[in-house]
Each structure stands twice: as C-alpha cells, then as structure tokens.
Design a protein around this ligand. Structure first.
Ligand code: AMP
Length: 584
C-alpha cells in the first residue's frame, strides 16, 4: 500500500493508517503470509516443515520461539558470507549491530530493505499525528544524529548500527524532507568518524540556522541531554567561531572542516545575540527555546531507560513540549506514538500491524498465596497469544517475526497494553525482561534500579544536586555478596547526605527476596560508590570504540565482570564509598 504512494499526502496517509488499524487480525494474517512467501526458500524455514503453509496456527506449531543466542549460528553463517539463503529469501544487504549495552557486546542482526521501508512508515506515522497538533513549516531540524564505525565482515557485508544503515539509505533524506526534519548539518558531520567533532558541529550548524530550526531531536533523549551538557562547556568557543567565521581548531577532520566552513562567514551580530542570551539564562534553564525561538518541540525516545534523563531534558527545553518518539529496535520496528500531547512518562505505541507479525507471552504475577517472585518477573512460561488477543492492562513479553529473517524472536522487552487505536493495541514500554541484580532469591530489574535511584535523587535534589548517570553491579567477591550502585553527581555532596542515599537505595529495593535476604544477612549491605565527574563519559567513549553508535547509546544499567573494561573505568574513578546501615 505504502510503496505505491507518490509524494506524501498527509490525509491519504492517515486514511491508510486508520484502515490498517481497523482490522489488525486480517492485516497480521496477510503480513505473516507475505513474510513466509518472501522467505519460503530460506533454509531455516525449509527445515521446519511448514511445506508452504502460511497461516498463524501452522506457523506457531512448526516454528520454535527463539532468543538471539539460538539464532547466532545462523547469523554467523550470513556474516561469514554463506552463499545459501540462510534466514531470508532475498540476500541480506548488511548487518546491524545493536547498542550492546545490555549484553556487554553488540549483537549482529540481519538488515535489509524491508527494515528501511518500515522505518520510513513509522517515522511518517508519528509525524502525521504530531503535525496535526504542532504543524511544522519548511525549515530545519537540529538533529543530534551520528553514524557509527563501519566494517566489512569476513563475508564482505557492511556491518554498522541500524541507525547508520537507515541514515545511509536513499529513502532517509526524502522522508526527512517530507516530514520537515532536514538536518542543519551536512552529511560529513553525521558520517564523521569522531562523535565529539560531530556534536560540536551539530551545535554550530544549529546556531547558524537558529531562526530556521523547527525542532530539536535525536534518536534517544540521552543524546540531547549529552549535547546540551557539552554546550554548557563550549558555548563561548561556538560564539567565537560564529563571530570570526572560522571553525575551531578542535575540528581536525578535513572533510568536516571543508563542509562546515562553507556554511560560515563572520557574523558578529549573531554571535552577540547568542552570547547575550546565554549569559541571561539562569542555570541553562530553557536554553533550547531561547536559542531556537522557532522550535516547536523537542523529539526523541524518552521512555524506558531514557526516563532518568527527562528532568534534565525538561530543564533545557523550558516551555517547549517534549515529544517521545516511537518504539522499535535494531531487529525491527513495532509501534508509533500517535498521541503527541501525552507526556513522555505515559506514552504508548500503536502497533503497525503490517510491518511484522507480533506475538505476546503473558507475564503473570504468581497467584495469591504463592510466594511473590520479584516485581512481576515472569514466573510460569505461558503460550504466546496474537496481537488481537491481548487484554487491556496486562503485561506481555513481545515476540517478533520480521521480513528480515527473524522468526518468533524474543526481543526481551516487557510491554503493557494501555488501550486500542481502532482495534489495534497500544503498548507501553515497561522494562527490559532480564534481571540485572540477583544474588540468591532476590530479583531486581533495570526498572527497579531506576526507581531506587529516583528515591536517592530526591534526597540529593533537596541539596540542589542531581544524579548525572548511574549503573550497578553485583559484588560477590566476598561472602555474602552485595549490590553496588555507582552514581555520578553534578557536584559535591555532604558525607551525611551520601550516607542517607546509601540507606535509601538499600530500602528502595522492595522485592520480597531482597528484603528477606537483607534481614537475615544472606545479602550484605548495599554499597554506594560515588564516581568522578566524566566517568560515564568515559564509558560512552569505550562503547563507541567497540563500534557502538552515539545515536543508539544506552548507559549499561548493570555491569558484570564480562564488561571488565567498564568495571575497571568505574572502580578506577570511585571517590567515596558508603555501606548502607538500613538493616542494622
Ligand atoms: P537497539 O536495537 O540497540 O537500538 O535497542 C533496542 C531496544 O531499545 C529495545 O528492545 C528497547 O528495549 C529499547 N527501546 C527502543 N525504543 C524504545 C522506546 N520507545 N521506549 C523504551 N525503550 C525503547
């Protein structure tokens, strides 16, 4: 349907979206059929005995649920250049690397043109709804987008992050133009091998086009916060560059220097305006609308592991609305945010039923009377159900089947059904499925850690301090083991406040397993380690050096000995450490 579209008619697009969401069951059946017909020749499917059947029941009975680990042998053969059709009918055109902050190393995922198509469909879907509420005129976007390093696999495929694969695609620029989001910065800045130089130039280009900028965005909210933290450091240098019309000597990559220099000429008037606005701000509150007066909103993924950055983002955005972007992964997209006025904390994603086949494994708390196991941890595995069988208010683990060779693939995310658009479910992101903190019978997830840090942050806020970033670790080097929470703060806190924070963190893990283990000392007191400013920046640099992309970066919320280097960076930067006395 979409492929036939010439140009971009918003009304037509909305009409098509309404049609698509009215009968998701039929659309899902057709989508599964297309996936299985397109990929019928793939060795993986051939071996499962589908024998040409494409209905959901046969599919579910023949094809097993899999994790990424189970598919790795197949993906490795593609990466190594296998001549046969391993997972897909059409050849895999490149390999995407996931952010890798959950597992400690990037995952390899097949990428093809269908993923580009669905990315464009998602971008356009949320745009048409956003644009009704906040219309954009032809203008520019200050987009903090970055490509990542690329390399050739043994089999000659290009491997890079999914976002880079999308930015490199022919359709990307066309779609960005259609949705009035053309980046201020030239391509050389986006495709720079050094994200620090890119970031500086994004800020500079954004300032040069300050009157034309209609929105400020990035893939994930973290990149926007990171950009403005950097702006606080470099704003005077940016003003100097604009005043003189000469690019700072910190930009050393010739292609970037050439491309950005073309946009520059001495502009003392603009430099003075920016300078005066910056000195007039109090604590950088509202810097975005002040410097980009025609920006209508700030846009990026603000849900899930991005929530801890919302306070800071709101601070920089001042009066501008924050709009949280869509839900997907390197493996494939899932849903679009079509309610632009909903605050980021409550955003849900309407599933696009034609971009993949979706199943849902119910996540149940144990029945009353049985021992409660953690915060809604999946206790008994249940049969997956279809997109149209999910129930309002229930939580599920999502399973995806894509055009790019993933069949009944457990993505590892837990979602909650928050409503329906026409007959299609709307999903809220709840958390990653995996436990990050567990020693014996305790079970804590990334979300539990986030809530604990929010509690400690309240104590710090009373002292006008804030948590810049955080992570955790299970220390079992001595018996019994204990939780370690690393915090980077934006200033120096008094000893007693930090002691109170360590107690507060310890008490904030409320799952029955943790509390009972702490009470009987089967888990030792929680330890708060305060790290030097800049520590999390070093961790980011480390991930980027491994081939990760700034555009997809998510701070690892738990560091195990597998991430030896990250643990070394953290421990090498500890300034103070405090053990909780909460259960003494
Ligand atoms: P990656 O493939 O490295 O970009 O990571 C994909 C993962 O990021 C997903 O599986 C989710 O856990 C998370 N993610 C993506 N989009 C969102 C969103 N809108 N809200 C919350 N988490 C998200």
């Amino acid at each position: 349907m979409l492929e036939k579209m010439k140009g971009f008619s918003i009304d037509q697009f909305i009409e098509e979206f309404q049609e698509l969401t009215k009968d998701p069951e039929t659309v899902q059946r057709e989508t599964l059929k297309r996936i299985l017909v397109d990929n019928g020749e793939a060795e993986y499917l051939q071996n499962l005995g589908l024998d040409g059947r494409t209905d959901p029941d046969s599919f579910k009975s023949c094809v097993p649920l899999v994790t990424h680990e189970e598919l790795e042998p197949y993906i490795s053969r593609i990466v190594d250049g296998s001549a046969s059709r391993v997972l897909t009918g059409k050849p895999v055109t490149s390999i995407s690397l996931s952010s890798g902050t959950t597992q400690g190393k990037p995952k390899f995922i097949p990428f093809n043109e269908d993923l580009v198509q669905s990315t464009m469909q998602i971008y356009k879907t949320s745009f048409v709804f956003r644009n009704r509420a906040y219309p954009l005129k032809n203008g520019k976007a200050l987009q903090f987008i970055y490509s990542s390093k690329q390399f050739k696999t043994k089999g000659g495929l290009t491997a890079t992050t999914a976002t880079t694969n999308v930015y490199r695609s022919k359709q990307f620029k066309g779609t960005m133009k259609d949705i009035h989001s053309l980046c201020c910065s030239p391509d050389e800045v986006i495709f720079s091998p050094d994200y620090n130089q890119s970031l500086y130039c994004h800020l500079l280009c954004g300032l040069i086009y300050s009157e034309e900028v209609q929105l400020v965005s990035s893939t994930f909210a973290h990149s926007i916060v990171h950009a403005f933290r950097t702006f606080e450091q470099v704003w005077e240098e940016l003003c100097d560059d604009i005043r003189e019309g000469v690019l700072s000597s910190r930009i050393t990559i010739p292609s970037i220097r050439a491309a950005v220099s073309k946009l520059m000429h001495p502009n003392p008037q603009l430099a003075d305006t920016i300078y005066n606005k910056c000195v007039g701000l109090s604590g950088w509150y509202g810097v975005i609308p002040e410097l980009w007066p025609n920006a209508k909103y700030v846009y990026g993924i603000m849900t899930g592991s991005m929530e801890p950055y919302l306070n800071k983002l709101r601070h920089y955005a001042g009066s501008l609305p924050l709009m949280s972007a869509d839900y997907g992964s390197s493996e494939g997209w899932i849903g679009a945010n079509i309610d632009p006025d909903v605050p980021p904390e409550s955003v849900s994603f309407t599933v696009l039923p034609n971009i993949g086949f979706f199943e849902f494994i119910p996540v149940k708390e144990r029945a009353e009377g049985e021992e409660k196991c953690g915060s809604l941890i999946q206790c008994r595995e249940q049969e997956p159900i279809g997109l149209t069988e999910v129930k309002l208010g229930e939580e599920y683990e999502i399973v995806i089947t894509t055009f790019a060779g993933l069949y009944r693939y457990r993505l590892g995310d837990i979602l909650k059904v928050s409503g329906f658009h026409n007959s299609t479910p709307k999903l809220q992101f709840v958390r990653r499925k995996n436990l990050i903190l567990t020693i014996n019978i305790d079970k804590n997830t990334e979300k539990d850690l986030q809530l604990a840090v929010e509690e400690a942050n309240k104590l710090l806020a009373a002292e006008k301090l804030e948590v810049m970033d955080f992570t955790s670790h299970v220390d079992v080097t001595s018996e019994p083991g204990h939780y370690v929470v690393f915090l980077e703060l934006n200033g120096e806190a008094h000893e007693e406040v930090l002691r109170a924070c360590s107690d507060c963190l310890d008490r904030a893990f409320v799952d029955a397993g943790y509390v009972s283990s702490r009470k009987v000392r089967a888990i030792a007191p929680l330890e708060l380690r305060v790290v030097r400013q800049g520590t999390f920046h070093r961790i980011l640099d480390h991930y980027l050096s491994l081939g990760g992309a700034m555009s997809q970066y998510k701070t690892p919320r738990c560091v195990s000995p597998v991430n030896g280097m990250v643990l070394q960076i953290l421990n090498g930067n500890v300034m103070k450490s405090y053990f909780s006395s909460a259960y003494d």
